[in-house]
Design a protein around this ligand. Structure first.
Ligand code: UDP
Length: 311
């Protein structure tokens, strides 16, 4: 049995990762300050003797007594609404938070995985996005607090790797969805499902021609663990290359909920990337990983979950 630390373990992807690791028989220490995560996400894990929850802001120094084999750093506000509400905190989480987690891995001689993001490509001029692309980020725009925090995070990880020979991994996570997304985090998946279930119009920003590619959370968790357990230290894109326009996505929500809501167009937010689709050749080749859950199946599970917690 290994001890694995998951920073951000009470969040959406983090809580699924904790559950997956426990099922594999690992001991899990979940660190979260519950600022955007939710204790409800980990409530079912609390009775498991191999699960420890530590309420801790990772921008503050912390230490652990246990031996640790792996550190996953998923702690950060991650939805555009959340990070734009807390821009300074988001920058500090990417900087000091990542440093504190890297120091933990260094002190414990543990492997370290940084949850990075497709946002480091900004509004991409290359499509689909390959890991070798350096991106097109507005460094002073409203999304820069997140994009630059995550770019700084990658730079810090590489500095620890070069300076201390730490075993580091960088996962560039593309849009991920599934149960336990916060209904009010402002992202397109919870917004549109929640609106449909409440028989409200679906808000499509701009003309809806911008694209995203949505990956179901169980596929993402498998990708993250495959990367952590691999020997690669290069950044790897993790996501589902099934690209669609937001208008198509809205129609899919209408079809699967069976609720004939209208579409209401709203202004496109500043610096909203027009296109996003991962090239996942590297993940396929190096990790033998690719997503398995098609959108209709994953979205139906997500809709059913939102219906079960309906507010
Ligand atoms: N979006 C939308 N309606 C909403 C929320 C988001 O049309 O109610 C759009 C948003 O403008 C973006 C895409 O959906 O083009 C994905 O947005 P999200 O906030 O989920 O995450 P992002 O991929 O931009 O980080």
């Amino acid at each position: 049995m290994k001890t694995v630390v998951v920073a951000g373990g009470a969040g959406f992807i983090g809580s699924h990762l904790c559950e997956f690791l426990l099922k594999k028989g690992e001991k899990v220490i979940c660190i979260d300050d519950l600022s955007t995560g939710d204790k409800k996400n980990i409530e079912p894990l609390m009775n498991n003797g191999n699960f420890v929850f530590m309420q801790q802001d990772i921008t503050e120094p912390f230490s652990l007594r246990d031996d640790v084999a792996q550190v996953f750093n998923l702690a950060s506000p991650a939805s555009p609404i959340d990070y734009q509400k807390k821009p300074i905190k988001t920058l500090m989480v990417g900087a000091m938070g990542t440093k504190n987690c890297l120091d933990l891995a260094k002190n414990k001689n543990a492997s370290f995985l940084q949850a990075s993001t497709s946002e480091i490509y900004g509004d991409p001029l290359e499509h689909p996005q390959v890991e070798s692309y350096w991106g097109n980020v507005n460094p002073i725009g409203v999304r820069s607090c997140y994009d630059e925090a995550k770019r700084f995070g990658e730079a810090l990880v590489m500095a620890y790797r070069r300076k201390f020979n730490l075993d580091t991994k960088i996962a560039r996570i593309f849009n991920t969805y599934g149960p336990r997304m916060r209904y009010d985090d402002g992202r397109v998946v919870p917004n549109l499902i929640f609106q449909a279930l409440n028989k409200k119009p679906l808000t499509v920003y701009g003309n809806g021609e911008q694209t995203r590619s949505f990956c179901y959370v169980s596929d993402m968790v498998e990708g993250l663990t495959a990367l952590m357990n691999s020997s690669t230290n290069e950044p790897v894109n993790l996501g589902n290359p099934n690209e669609m326009t937001i208008a198509e996505f809205a129609n899919k929500v209408i079809e699967l909920t069976g609720i004939d809501s209208k579409i209401e167009n709203k202004p496109l937010p500043e610096d909203d990337p027009l296109k996003r689709k991962p090239n996942i050749s590297k993940a396929k080749e190096l990790l033998g990983w690719e997503p398995k859950i098609v959108l209709d199946v994953g979205l139906q599970k997500t809709i059913d979950w939102f219906a079960s917690i309906k507010k």
